[in-house]
Write a protein that binds this ligand. Structure first.
Ligand code: GAR
Length: 296
């Protein structure tokens, strides 16, 4: 059980899906066993018995052979890019320096209008992932809790005033000046204008607290969504993560996850269930989309 929890934590830290995690584990297992076998075979050429010299030579051989075996197997299993950065990171730790490998950092801007619990969760998730940086937070609400989230995490933030929201060119300039590659809407309640979509084509994703296309559109946000779902006596709801296009809650769907609604559920309890789904899936899906786009 503890082993499974540890694996889950690692999977989250590395930002990989279950299939990739499985292949990574197989690579570790095959890399470890083949390197031990190879070291054994090589030492047979020089030693008749396992004495202190054998063990010393064995130790050094393992240190040298392990990265080679793991890299070779990772190529066979299609996991080379993960293991290349993994081995560089370990090497950096061993020599007490962070070793720079040619890895591009994707800079993300989060747009949010409310308390920002999703923003906070996304920031925590990416803290240990060096290839992604939450570089800017934007809000249309000067009272929004997400401003405290930005301050607590030392992330620059910008409040979009009325003029900014009539003409988004200021906002686009801010995003460009901060070298933003990707935009995440985490509870941003204003419609995204065409100019911003054109400036960041296929680079803006949104989370909606229902199973689109149901319960989407203008005015459908936060508790409004949950109240409508409960009023219609639905037996399930869920989350939808989608690309943003010119229409409210309309772009291509990337991911959906449902949850049951029981007879005792209220809009508040449903909101809590939905938030838990959002925390569990949104950062991982963001990471998968970013990785996929970077591989193009
Ligand atoms: C989230 O549940 C998100 O799905 C929803 O706003 C909430 C923000 O919560 N977004 C929409 O309704 C967009 N149509 P948070 O501020 O605690 O992250």
């Amino acid at each position: 059980m503890q082993f499974c929890t540890m694996l889950k934590k690692l999977q989250q830290k590395w930002g990989v899906n279950s299939g990739k995690m499985f292949l990574i584990m197989i690579t570790f297992a095959l890399g470890g066993s083949s390197c031990a076998r190879l070291a054994d075979l090589l030492l047979l050429l020089f030693f008749d018995e396992k004495n202190i010299f054998w063990w010393t030579a064995y130790f050094f051989l393992i240190v040298v052979l392990w990265p080679i075996c793991v890299i070779l197997i990772s190529i066979l299993l299609g996991q080379y890019s993960f293991f290349k950065s993994y081995i560089f990171r370990i090497w950096g730790k061993m020599i007490g320096k962070s070793v720079k490998i040619n890895q591009k950092t994707t800079k993300i801007a989060i747009f949010a209008s409310g308390k920002g619990s999703n923003a906070n969760n996304i920031i925590s998730y990416f803290k240990n992932i060096s290839s992604v940086k939450i570089a800017l937070i934007l809000t249309d609400n000067s009272e929004a809790g997400v401003i405290d989230v930005a301050k607590n995490n030392h992330i620059p933030f910008h409040i979009l005033n009325k003029e900014d929201r009539i003409d988004y060119s200021n906002c686009i300039e801010k995003l460009r000046n901060n070298h933003i590659d990707f935009i995440v809407l985490a509870g941003y309640l204003k419609k995204i204008p065409e100019s911003l979509i054109r400036a960041f084509p296929e680079k803006i994703i949104n989370i909606h607290p229902a199973l689109l296309p149901k319960y989407g559109g203008k005015g459908m946000y936060g508790s409004n969504v949950h109240e409508s779902v409960i009023a219609k006596k639905e037996t399930e709801s869920g989350i939808t993560i989608h690309f943003v296009d010119e229409q409210y809650d309309h772009g291509e769907i990337i991911f959906q996850q449902n949850c049951d609604i029981t007879a005792s559920d209220t809009a508040e309890t449903l909101a809590e269930k939905i938030h838990q789904l959002e925390y569990a899936h949104f950062p991982r899906v963001i990471y998968e989309v970013v990785q996929k786009q970077n591989q193009r």
